[in-house]
Design a protein around this ligand. Structure first.
Ligand code: SF4
Ligand code: SF4
Length: 430
């Protein structure tokens, strides 16, 4: 463990032993860190929801109490800390619900749509991150100009909302997951607007073309705090025009309301043996080699199964032809990582339709995690009592073996193995 949060820290540098000077041991530290990281993820979602006008006083009150529980000499008790960790999952569910409702209220009911990927000749701006309000403001400020806006990374799901996709300045999508941005932002000749994580420290080759919003900031970039994107639009007009370069078309927009609208058909098909299983494969993407586990897993899923995906983990699995089932694509893109809320809605909706619990559904969740929003989502799944979730590609370093054993025992929490096909076969048999 490592903790340096108070004055009495060992040798004036940090308690790197268990227990620390105060008596806190590594398992208490582990649960306090899990709580902190879950809170960070929830705060990011809550920040987006607040910008859409959605707030809940009980979430704010819980955030204060949970942070307080991590202060020196407040809590040394594993059971109550585990309780708070699960409470964090509960409040994150509420936050994801607010964010979903905020998006739908402001941008209209989502529907499936095809998105043109690549660039069209002319000036353009790339917008990345998760904040749709930034995208909306940018589109409004491009109105009446020939500057076109392209989504990048987690902005791809913006196209599922009619009030965004119908905007004449929204051209399409360019690029993949966050870890490729140094090459992609360099190649994109216009400016990039980064609205949230995951943004990387830019190369000097494009730093002066990189703008960030509010708490997002990078060395060499320009931070905008007042929603005025005129400098971005002006730079787009000066930069070399984008080339004509269409790459592919993709289908997005399988929001939970779309999938649950087909609940009767789905239930009938499951009962008739036409659908063997639903997989949720998604979350965050990253650069590690081990992430091929998720593409191997998706490709091995049987042809009579659906794969629901979300977050930038979709980029790891989407470049493969999964074919169709019941006239629908087998790979259903539900949206951003916060649309994990949608996967939960689908699971609880189907459980209701089948009159069973979520754990009795033919459903397997295989979650790729990278940062703290994924921690918040995992805590929500645990709060809901969802068992058998697999996470990877690496175990969270802040969870000690003892704490992991508790989560394994209570929730059958699993880690990705070395053989995706074998893990999938075990899930199908289970
Ligand atoms: S809170 Fe405890 S473990 Fe942390 S620095 Fe202070 S004495 Fe050490
Ligand atoms: S899904 Fe996770 S890794 Fe991907 S962009 Fe969003 S926060 Fe970052």
């Amino acid at each position: 463990m490592f903790c340096n949060q108070c004055e009495q820290t060992a040798h004036g540098t940090g308690c790197a032993m268990s227990p620390g000077v105060c008596g806190k041991d590594q398992d208490v530290q582990s649960l306090q860190e899990t709580l902190l990281y879950g809170l960070k993820g929830m705060a990011a979602y809550a920040h987006h929801a607040r910008r859409l006008g959605e707030v809940d006083e009980s979430v704010d009150a819980f955030t204060e109490e949970a942070l307080f529980a991590t202060v020196t000499n407040v809590n040394f008790d594993l059971d109550s800390l585990l309780e708070l960790v699960l409470e964090c999952g509960k409040h994150n569910l509420r936050v994801m619900e607010m964010l979903d409702e905020g998006h739908v209220r402001r941008y209209g009911a989502p529907s499936p749509t095809t998105v043109a990927e690549g660039t069209s000749a002319g000036p353009g701006i790339l917008v990345t991150g998760h904040d749709m309000v930034d995208l909306e403001n940018l589109l409004r400020q491009c109105e009446g100009t020939d500057v076109m806006v392209y989504t990048h990374g987690e902005m791809l799901p913006a196209h599922m909302y009619p009030k965004l996709r119908e905007h004449p300045n929204l051209a399409g999508h360019y690029g993949g997951a966050w870890q490729k941005q140094r090459r992609e932002f360099e190649d994109f000749t216009g400016p990039t607007l980064a609205t949230t994580n995951c943004v990387l420290i830019p190369k000097p080759t494009y730093a002066q073309r990189l703008f960030t919003t509010r708490c997002t900031a990078v060395p060499g970039g320009t931070r905008i705090t007042d929603d005025d994107f005129s400098a971005v639009v002006a730079l787009a007009k000066q930069c070399p025009a984008l080339p004509e370069g269409a790459t592919q078309r993709s289908t997005v927009g399988f929001h939970h309301s779309v999938i649950l609208g087909l609940a009767d058909t789905i239930v009938e098909a499951v009962k008739a043996g036409k659908i063997s299983r639903f997989f949720v494969i998604g979350g965050c993407d990253g650069a590690e080699v081990g992430r091929n586990y998720f593409s191997d897993y998706a490709q091995a899923a049987p042809p009579d199964s659906f794969i629901l995906t979300l977050g930038c983990g979709k980029y790891r699995i989407r470049d493969y032809d999964y074919g169709e089932l019941l006239g629908l694509p087998r790979l259903l893109d539900m949206g951003q990582c916060n649309n994990a809320y949608g996967a939960i809605k689908v699971a609880t909706g189907l459980a209701e339709a089948f009159n069973c619990s979520v754990n009795d559904l033919p459903l397997t969740l295989v979650i790729s995690w990278f940062e703290q929003k994924a921690v918040a989502v995992l805590l929500t799944l645990l709060y809901l009592g969802v068992k058998g979730v697999t996470i990877g590609p690496k175990p969270p370093a802040f969870i000690t073996p003892n704490v992991f054993a508790i989560l394994q025992e209570k929730y059958d929490l699993r880690l990705t193995g070395t053989d995706a096909r074998a893990d999938l076969a075990a899930a199908m048999a289970g």
